[in-house]
Design a protein around this ligand. Structure first.
Ligand SMILES: Cc1cc2nc3c(=O)[nH]c(=O)nc-3n(C[C@H](O)[C@H](O)[C@H](O)COP(=O)(O)OP(=O)(O)OC[C@H]3O[C@@H](n4cnc5c(N)ncnc54)[C@H](O)[C@@H]3O)c2cc1C
Length: 506
């Protein structure tokens, strides 16, 4: 196998995807392979990915990044979840936490015990969100690193908000120190091999030809190699996720420093609020069929808490997935591979998943078709699960006040999601999968937050006497509230742990 090993890799693109791939692959291959990354300053990067999910911590840990150094370098804050405002009904607000609602008992999820007390008229379904440590901490502006024991202070995870334009340079420094060579230049052509259609080389504007055994396409929405050269094709999912544009603008911070993202549903889409140490990132993701660009920008700028720091920037996208993420000797990652709107901050996670799967199934120059198929199967599964989860937020709404909401409420949804919703509606169970994004606790929060209430609670709840159920629920609630009371404020934690020069006051 050794003389058939991949000797050269070219990564096309120096956005978050390109530099994440360069850093992780260089780290893993340990200079056994020449890695070059081509990027064009003239084209630039998208650079709006600012919110993440907890998996990013394992990516950073694998590369050995020091958390405080990483956070200081990217003006990062902590993230305990996402608040959804006005999604099921105007006036609603719930947090999807990185952690549990209550605590499981005897193998039965907490919401079933809660449900029983709701049936008895003793509790309200929506108040279950008051029995979660990350939710209460987020709402009260608190933060602490999860405890390593089995206490209530261990029942959550966390992610980051960071300045995406600073993460790529951070990764670049790491990758270049491990031998990755950066080439500045614009690719104008890609040559395919005559016999099998593999990519042979790319040509830069200055006529330089660069060849490689393996190409990683991180060129953004244009999919320079995977689509323009290889014509791989795209599954268009706009019939399920019709938003196709965004307008983004940063503003000054005025509110208390909170450790969560906010997503507010608006007439033709939704608006994000992502608090960083030095500013707040904002954007309106919308459907161009239902609102004009200038109206969307006006809605965004009318709903900012502080002074605008830059002119609003418009972005266009088509939600969906490349028919094959890996085609011949080209693997697409990031926006070149597919796009799902940032409602659950999943794009950077999907880049990470592509890198991990590529390293798990790393090819030789023989490019075994079975490995390629397996990569494509796993990536399609990852995208479809995230897609279903995002579609759930739109579809499970009672809103009928605008054309977008009427459309998503009444549209046909993917069979895979219909199945998951049917299972939950019956006895409150979540369709399980072992690996990948969004496990049971996330589905619980979004189903309940979107007001999908199961017809019955789990029958095993009745193995406990009702008094014991009451006692258990009260005990967990008290523990959670005591736990949060003991946590420091998010602002003071950041100032101590990783504050930038102008870090906010506690
Ligand atoms: C509105 C919006 C909000 C988002 N919010 C989030 C979020 O909160 N969380 C999250 O995880 N993700 C988010 N994302 C996604 C996130 O921005 C991307 O996943 C991430 O930035 C990766 O982008 P990329 O590296 O694939 O592409 P890009 O940033 O577009 O980089 C493409 C690279 O390819 C290079 N290139 C292209 N063509 C050529 C050429 N011909 N020659 C040489 N070089 C070339 C460019 O110079 C650039 O370096 C969001 C996306 C959008 C659109």
């Amino acid at each position: 196998v050794a003389d058939n090993a991949i000797r050269t890799i070219v990564i096309v693109g120096g956005g978050t995807a390109g530099w994440m791939a360069a850093a992780a692959i260089a780290h893993k291959l340990n200079r056994r392979c020449a890695i070059r990354l081509i990027e064009s300053a003239e084209i630039g990067i998208v650079g709006v990915g600012e919110a993440t999910v907890p998996h990013i911590r394992s990516f950073n840990n694998t590369l050995g990044f020091d958390e405080a150094d990483f956070m200081r370098s990217t003006n990062a804050t902590f993230k305990l979840g996402i608040e959804f405002v006005n999604w099921a009904r105007i006036g609603d607000a719930y947090i999807h936490p990185f952690g549990e609602l209550g605590r499981r008992l005897n193998g039965v999820d907490f919401h079933h015990y809660w449900h029983k007390l709701c049936e008895l008229g003793e509790r309200d379904q929506q108040d279950i969100f008051d029995v979660s440590l990350p939710i209460l901490a987020a709402k009260q502006g608190k933060f602490a690193i999860p405890a390593a024991d089995n206490s209530v202070l261990s029942t959550f995870g966390y992610a980051y908000h960071f300045d995406a334009t600073l993460y790529a340079p951070y990764l670049r420094k790491f990758a270049e120190a491990r031998g990755v060579v950066r080439i500045e230049g614009k690719i104008v052509d890609a040559a395919l091999r005559g016999d099998d259609g593999f990519i042979e080389s790319v040509t830069l504007e200055n006529s330089e030809k660069i060849s490689a055994d393996l190409f990683i396409d991180c060129s953004g929405f244009r999919g320079l190699l995977i689509e323009q050269a290889l014509k791989t094709g795209y599954h268009d999912w706009r019939h399920w996720l019709p938003c196709d544009r965004a307008v983004a603008a940063p503003c000054e911070t005025t509110e208390m420093s909170v450790a969560y993202t906010r997503s507010t549903a608006r007439e033709a889409g939704w608006q994000w609020r992502i608090p960083l140490q030095h500013r707040v990132g904002n954007g309106y993701v919308y459907c161009s069929e239902f609102i004009r660009d200038d109206e969307a920008a006006a809605t965004l700028t009318a709903n900012l808490e502080g002074t605008l720091q830059a002119e609003p920037r418009f972005l266009r996208f088509v939600t969906g997935l490349r028919k094959k993420s890996w085609n011949r000797n080209c693997v697409a990652m990031g926006l070149a591979g597919g796009f799902l709107e940032p409602l659950e901050s999943t794009s950077i996670y999907l880049i990470q998943a592509a890198i991990t799967n590529l390293l798990d199934l790393f090819p030789t120059r023989g490019f075994d078709e079975a490995d390629i198929d397996e990569f494509n199967r796993v990536m399609a599964l990852e995208y479809e699960r995230v897609r279903d989860f995002i579609v759930l937020h739109y579809h499970a709404t009672e809103r009928d006040d605008a054309p977008l909401w009427n459309h998503v409420r009444t549209m046909a949804i993917p069979d895979s999601l219909q199945y998951k919703m049917d299972v939950f509606r019956d006895h409150g169970h979540v369709v399980k999968y072992k690996d990948g994004m969004f496990l049971e606790t996330s589905w619980h929060a979004v189903y309940l937050g979107q007001r999908i209430v199961p017809r019955h609670y789990d029958p095993l709840v009745d193995t406990l006497k009702t008094d014991d159920v009451r006692r258990y629920v009260d005990e967990v609630r008290a523990l959670v509230h005591r736990g949060v009371a003991a946590m420091p404020s998010h602002g003071s934690f950041i100032a101590r742990h990783c504050g930038i020069a102008a870090a906010q006051a506690p």
